[in-house]
Design a protein around this ligand. Sequence first.
Ligand code: MGD
Ligand code: MGD
Ligand code: SF4
Ligand code: MO
Length: 678
Amino acid sequence: MKRTLTVCPYCGCGCMFYLVSNQGRLIGVEPSTTHPVSRGGLCVKGWNAYAFVHHPDRLTAPLIRRDGSLQPVSWDEALDLVVARLRAVQEKHGNDAVMFASSAKATNEENYLLMKLARAVFGTNNIDHCARLCHSSTVTGLAETFGSGAMTNSISCFDQTDVILVIGSNTTEQHPLIGSRILNAVRKGTHLIVADNRRIRLARQAELHLRHKNGSDVALLNGIMQIIIAEGLADPEFIKARTENYEALAEAVADWTPERTAAATGLGVEEIIAAARLFAGAERGMIVYSMGITQHSHGVDNVRCIAALAMLTGNVGRPGTGVNPLRGQNNVQGGCDMGALPDLFSGYQKVADPLVREKFAAAWGVTALSDKPGLPLTRAMDAASAGHLYGMFIMGENPMLSDPDQGHARRVLENLELLVVQDIFLTETAALADIVLPAACYAEKEGTFTNTERRIQPLRKAVEPPGAARADWEIICDIAARAGYQGMRYSSPAVIMNEIASLTPIYGGITYDRLDPHGLQWPCPDREHPGTPILHLERFTRGLGHFSPALHQLPAELPDDRYPFVLTTGRTYFHWHTGSMTRRSHLLDREEPRSFIELHPDDAARLGVRNRDELLISSRRGQVLTTARVTDMVIPGVLFMPFHFVEGAANALTNNVLDPESSIPEFKVCAVHVEKLP
Ligand SMILES: Nc1nc2c(c(=O)[nH]1)N[C@H]1C(S)=C(S)[C@@H](COP(=O)(O)OP(=O)(O)OC[C@H]3O[C@@H](n4cnc5c(=O)[nH]c(N)nc54)[C@H](O)[C@@H]3O)O[C@H]1N2
Ligand SMILES: Nc1nc2c(c(=O)[nH]1)N[C@H]1C(S)=C(S)[C@@H](COP(=O)(O)OP(=O)(O)OC[C@H]3O[C@@H](n4cnc5c(=O)[nH]c(N)nc54)[C@H](O)[C@@H]3O)O[C@H]1N2
Ligand code: SF4
Ligand SMILES: [Mo]
């Protein structure tokens, strides 16, 4: 029996565990007792993270579409074809007619290489990844207000705070090991405010549970800030010493009286006042948020208000405080850090800056790099239907189920001149591809993942990949070589990290020998630097913190006579996104085997719906069949549906309207109609 210490492939908590193997096969998982996040615990997905690895559905050979069906071929044939066809699309339609989608499931090294491949070899900035669907509002909103779009504090800070405001994060189900930290802190006397209209697990332990209308967070936060200022609960020293533009904020929130806020949010005046007093009255306050804040057509405005509330109350730059956007995927923080973004190189260095472009061009041995900002992933589908995009290379994403408005996504993916998908399973997206490349999964390779608290941690190889599957980094390097590029030959991921460190100041001090056992938190600028648990200690990354006021706006699509319900979408504890891994893990699939929709008992009674009835849900974009779950988890008029299930795909319904600044889709609000099937 062999035990290999590695990182969980699911969420951004970044627990480490031992993969237990016997004669080359994984047989189980054991938690790491010394790890600062997992501390001997794991959630149900972590315990089962070995289960999908040897699933018979794993891709074991490259596939090429011939006569309408995908057929196995050699790596030589598949990769030569990838290069020839990408080049053919570019020759016909220009360099920017292809787009590369990177993966928050892949390592830092692999994300760095795919962005290098796009930019240095194929001459385009069309590189992006699922952060666009997730925390792009955070990256934009916090870059403007603080200068850096990452979680400001560390997970250990939950043990050192007086009040926690959880807004739009179902923490115990989606970041379970952070959720249990919060519950522990509450047991020891920390105050908890939950602002989320679902009665999530944390809400049951909260001192205050604000069940405001979906999409009314700007109104709520403006109202809370109005009370804080009016009652003299702000932190004038912090505002004076550390921030700018306070007057504009004070003016913008001045007429958000409790009465007006109550009308806009559907809350009572008393609970809004109580929340303001409880948060501002504490010595140390932490704000935790996730998709309930970011996935709106005004997601960046939501983030601006959160940053403002933290600064107004002096809750930045100390232990037990801060603005803490919980990053979702195991390596979505790393995907962003590595510059798998259309306007940024690794370390958030701007494509628009000629000196930055020169630096990367010199290091990569190319004469010039494109200065034209690339396409955000969420604009790719529209760009393709408008005739600007003809080819996509998708590594480790499944947009057929994860993109908004599935009908539109399907039409686009089916009509591309070239679709290449590199995955570990034949996903719904891969099934549409012209070429499919089989990748090794987390248990079969080395590399690093960066968790939500910016901790860069080492993956270790426990078993061999199935069949001919290869690590993503090896496949990318092979593509580069076949495209005639000499600058992508590496003997191991450790060597790739040395290149990343040399070009990326926040990772400047990262080398593999320093990551044992539990990684380092960036910024870590040099070899002697111990890493940074808390950001913005003495000054903000941008200098002074900037107050950016925001105006309340309604969601793009509201209920009407024809579509009378608000649908909000999200996740469940047992499943991961499009289900490619968790629905192939027997225990997880047994717990949550099918698609469902939550509706309130009052709505159910009115519609004559009972638990487990079959329902047809329709929106302006499509319809799905699903099963009723009658529950007071939701408020009357609001339905909740997870997007994990291909049969009953929530994204057949969702609205692909985007936040104009971050290009995030409004996954959290659309209008639907409910019909009970006979
Ligand atoms: N088990 C599991 N864990 C996961 C994932 C998974 O698929 N499965 N995915 C990971 C990823 S990538 C991410 S991004 C995270 C997401 O983690 P979360 O953001 O915590 O999860 P969601 O279910 O998308 O939405 C969270 C909450 O937002 C609330 N909400 C909806 N609309 C609003 C609103 O207008 N305002 C407010 N304040 N709240 C609102 C919903 O009621 C819901 O409880 O989870 C990560 N962890
Ligand atoms: N309606 C609705 N839709 C949403 C959301 C929502 O709240 N509501 N949330 C959005 C958010 S926050 C996110 S992050 C996205 C997620 O959307 P996606 O990223 O598209 O979803 P995943 O299922 O996580 O896709 C990851 C893929 O990577 C593959 N994979 C795993 N490991 C590896 C590896 O090592 N190498 C390679 N090459 N592939 C690998 C998996 O098999 C899987 O197909 O969904 C978004 N969509
Ligand atoms: S909390 Fe997240 S990282 Fe930890 S075991 Fe669960 S899914 Fe894995
Ligand atoms: Mo996400």
